[in-house]
Design a protein around this ligand. Structure first.
Ligand code: CUA
Length: 357
C-alpha cells in the first residue's frame, strides 16, 4: 500500500498536476503526439536491450558460480562463435533501423514549411505564419501577413498548422512549447522554421492556455524566459487579430493618473516600447495589449504592485535584462506610468481572452 501511495504521488508529478499546460507527456496536437510516439518507441527498444543484456549477464554469473562449480572451475574459453557474432551484429542493426525510419520520416515531415511561403517567396496569407524573435529575456511574435506584433503572449489558432520562423536577436535561444512539441533553436545567423498544431479538444481541456519556455542557456535570466500561449478557435483567433489590427494609434489613457503616466511613458519608455500593434523591431517588448496579459516580465503575477516593483528594480527581478538603467523615474512617476500601462487593453471583442484573466 505504501508503494501505491508513492507511485500515485509520482504520477501526479509526472503528469504535471491536472491540466496540461506544460507537459510533453500529454501532447496537445499532432506534432507533439508524433514526437511522443517516437519517445515511446525508443523507450521500448531500450528496455528490450536492457532486459536482454541483464538476463544474459545474470545467467552467465549464476551458471558459472565457483560455489556451485567448485574452486578450480574455469569457464570454457571461446575464441569465436560465428552464430553469436552474426546475432549481436544483426539485432542492433535491425533495432536501429526500426528507430531510424520513423525518426528520419518525422524530421523531414515536421520541417516541411513549404506551404508557409508562396511561389514568389512571400508569406502565404492562407496559412498561419508567425515570426518569432527571441531577446534576452523576452519573446516577440510577429504576424507578418496580418501586420500584427505582440510580445510575451503568443496567440495561435487551433486545428491548423501554425508555422514558426525562428530568429535570435542577440544570442542563441531555443523556442519550446512542451505540450505542443518542439523544440527548435533560435539562431542569430539564420532562420529555423517548423510548424506545430494545437488541437481544439486539447485547448479546451487546458482553458486554452499553454506555456512556452526558452530551452537554451542564454544568460542569468534564462530560466525566467517564459511565454504564454493562448490557443483560440479559428473565429476567435480572427477576432483577436482584428482587435489587434484596430490599434493603429496608441490607446488614449482615460483616468487622470493614466494620462499623466502616458506623458511620462512618451518621454522615458517609448524609445524602446511600442504601444501600437504594428510596432516591430523596437528595443523592448511591444506593450499594445499589456493590460490583457496574465504575467508581468513573463513570470510575475499581473498586478499593479508587481508592475511598479518591476519598473523600480528590474535588475533584481530579471538579472541581465536590457531595461535596467535606461530611465530614471521617481516612485510617483512609476505609479503614474503603471496606471497608464494597466489601461493598455485591446480585448473589446475577444471574450475568450477575457475569460483567462
Ligand atoms: Cu533565452 Cu534561455
Amino acid at each position: 500500500a505504501r508503494w501505491i501511495g508513492l507511485i500515485t504521488v509520482l504520477m501526479v508529478f509526472l503528469s504535471g498536476c491536472g491540466k496540461n499546460h506544460l507537459s510533453t507527456l500529454r501532447p496537445a496536437g499532432e506534432v507533439g503526439q508524433e514526437q511522443f510516439n517516437l519517445m515511446i518507441l525508443s523507450i521500448i527498444i531500450m528496455l528490450f536491450v536492457v532486459a536482454v543484456v541483464t538476463i544474459l549477464f545474470t545467467l552467465a554469473v549464476v551458471r558459472n558460480r565457483r560455489s556451485k562449480r567448485g574452486e578450480d572451475f574455469q569457464p570454457k574459453d571461446v575464441a569465436s562463435n560465428h552464430t553469436l557474432e552474426v546475432i549481436w551484429t544483426a539485432v542492433p542493426i535491425v533495432l536501429l533501423i526500426i528507430l531510424a525510419v520513423p525518426t528520419v520520416y518525422l524530421v523531414f515531415k515536421q520541417a516541411d514549411t513549404s506551404a508557409s511561403v508562396t511561389e514568389d517567396g512571400e508569406v502565404n496569407p492562407e496559412e498561419t505564419v508567425i515570426n518569432v524573435r527571441a531577446y534576452q529575456y523576452w519573446w516577440e511574435f510577429e504576424y507578418p501577413a496580418e501586420g500584427v506584433v505582440t510580445s510575451q503572449d503568443l496567440v495561435v489558432p487551433t486545428d491548423t498548422r501554425v508555422y514558426f520562423n525562428l530568429l535570435g536577436a542577440d544570442v542563441k535561444h531555443s523556442f519550446w512549447i512542451p505540450a505542443a512539441g518542439g523544440k527548435m533553436d533560435t539562431n542569430i545567423d539564420g532562420i529555423n522554421s517548423f510548424y506545430l498544431i494545437f488541437d481544439e479538444d486539447a485547448a479546451e481541456e487546458t482553458d486554452r492556455l499553454f506555456y512556452g519556455k526558452c530551452a537554451e542557456l542564454c544568460g542569468p535570466s534564462h530560466a525566467l524566459m517564459d511565454f504564454k500561449v493562448t490557443a483560440l478557435a479559428e473565429e476567435d483567433y480572427d477576432q483577436w487579430l482584428a482587435d489587434m489590427q484596430a490599434i493603429e494609434e496608441p490607446v488614449q489613457a482615460s483616468s487622470e493618473d493614466a494620462q499623466a503616466g502616458q506623458e511620462i511613458f512618451a518621454d522615458s519608455c517609448m524609445g524602446c516600447h511600442a504601444t501600437t500593434s504594428t510596432g516591430a523591431g523596437a528595443m523592448g517588448p511591444n506593450l499594445t495589449n499589456f493590460a490583457d496579459r496574465e504575467l508581468i516580465a513573463g513570470y510575475l503575477e499581473h498586478n499593479e504592485e508587481n508592475l511598479q516593483e518591476w519598473i523600480r528594480d528590474p535588475e533584481t527581478l530579471k538579472p541581465g535584462n536590457k531595461m535596467t538603467g535606461t530611465y530614471d523615474l521617481t516612485d510617483e512617476e512609476i505609479e503614474l506610468v503603471s496606471a497608464y500601462l494597466m489601461e493598455l487593453s485591446v480585448e473589446e471583442g475577444s471574450g475568450d481572452l477575457e475569460a483567462l484573466e
